[in-house]
Ligand binder design. Structure first.
Ligand code: DOR
Ligand code: ZN
Length: 363
């Protein structure tokens, strides 16, 4: 039996759109389902200054059809030498929504990131004063710390001390992956929130590693034990407004993922909302989907949810999502969840289909 669900148009509070051909290929997929998205600044070179962010926003707009109402919200990439004045002016002028902290070396294009949080104390103090959010990639890079423990150790070594020093600073733990992260956020006041990805709600580390390594399930922070996935599902479906959707949709060329040293990132924007609907239905909490995908993030960032709505449909047949998106000479593989998805978003725009390649690619 077909079921329909109408919800306010969702927002994506953590999105990688890249640049050039990839930007042109992926941006329309986000614009189809999402009204707003917080755009990650880890380009090469990174988006550090307000001027660079404004230029990048223009390129994003140019990659979309003129009729698209998609609104990119820009972030700046924090470095050891970032200017507090530039950052603060960008926020006060309404050009920049948040600052992104990548510990240097933690993930894709993070080598210009912060080498020690003490080096950006002045910037963080200024942000706390003006109420500007800090989005954190919450993993330590200490080689002595096991990759599966890096989030928990980040909380202990960096985040908890930061909260004590600067309780007024608004912080988002991006793509939280552990029960430690969920517990930490839950124990804090309203200045702390967390984004959660669809893939961390659907994958555990067995999905990544049992029966063969699956490079398209590799992202950072890496997917964890089942107990952590369960904690994330509980948080996402709890109705607690501190947990909201950030897809972390991160396109990489197939060749860059399917190789001896495959890079981290899952391209999930096109089916992110369908996957979330699937998870919320499994948890018996479909009535809370709208809060997670369309309301809570906006309210953390001080905005109203969308007036517009989208319609999701659940059919008896499994949804047949596209496998690849073509970007110039590259192909990008779409997240292929390990379970059958029956939900899809009904599309009113019709402008995005051109870049989809339905046939299976032979590797
Ligand atoms: O898996 C990831 N991919 N995690 C990140 O933090 C960065 C992202 C990317 O940019 O590819
Ligand atoms: Zn990311």
């Amino acid at each position: 039996m077909t079921k329909r669900l109408e919800i306010k148009r969702p927002d994506d509070w953590h999105l990688h759109l890249r640049d050039g051909d990839v930007l042109a290929a992926v941006a329309p997929h986000s614009a189809r389902d999402f009204g707003r998205a917080l755009i990650m600044p880890n380009l090469v070179p990174p988006v550090v200054t307000v001027k660079e962010a404004v230029a990048y926003k223009r390129r994003i707009k140019d990659a979309l059809p003129p009729e698209s109402a998609f609104s990119p919200r820009m972030t700046l990439y924090l470095t050891d030498t970032s200017s507090a004045d530039d950052i603060a002016a960008g926020f006060t002028d309404g050009l920049i929504t948040a600052v992104k902290l990548y510990p240097a070396g933690a993930t894709t294009n993070s080598h210009s990131g912060v080498t020690d949080i003490s080096r950006v104390e002045t910037v963080l103090e200024r942000m706390a004063e003006i109420g500007m959010p800090l989005c954190v990639h919450g993993e330590v890079t200490d080689p002595a710390v096991d990759i599966f423990d890096r989030e928990a150790v980040f909380i202990e070594r960096v985040l908890a001390p930061l909260r004590s020093r600067l309780p007024e600073l608004r912080v988002v733990m991006e793509h939280v992956t552990t029960s430690d992260g969920v517990d930490f956020v839950s124990s804090q006041d309203r200045n702390v929130a967390a984004s959660i990805t669809p893939h961390h709600l659907m994958l555990n580390r067995n999905a990544l590693l049992v029966g063969g390594i699956r490079p398209h399930f590799f992202c950072l922070p890496v997917v964890k034990r089942e107990v952590h996935r369960q904690a994330l599902r509980k948080a996402a479906t709890s109705g607690d407004s501190r947990f909201f959707l950030g897809t972390d949709s991160a396109p990489h060329a197939v060749e860059a993922k399917e190789c001896a040293c495959g890079c981290a990132g899952i391209f999930c924007a096109p089916n992110a909302i369908a996957c979330c609907a699937h998870v919320f239905e499994q948890e018996g909490r479909l009535e809370r989907l709208e809060g997670f995908v369309s309301v809570f993030g906006a309210s953390f960032y001080g905005e109203q949810p969308a007036d517009e709505t989208i319609v999701l449909e659940r059919g008896d047949e499994q949804c047949d999502f596209a496998e690849l998106v073509v970007a110039g000479t590259q192909a990008i593989r779409l997240f292929d969840p390990p379970e059958q998805i029956h939900w899809r978003v009904l599309d009113g725009s019709g402008f995005f289909d051109a870049t989809l390649v339905p046939e299976r690619r032979i590797i």
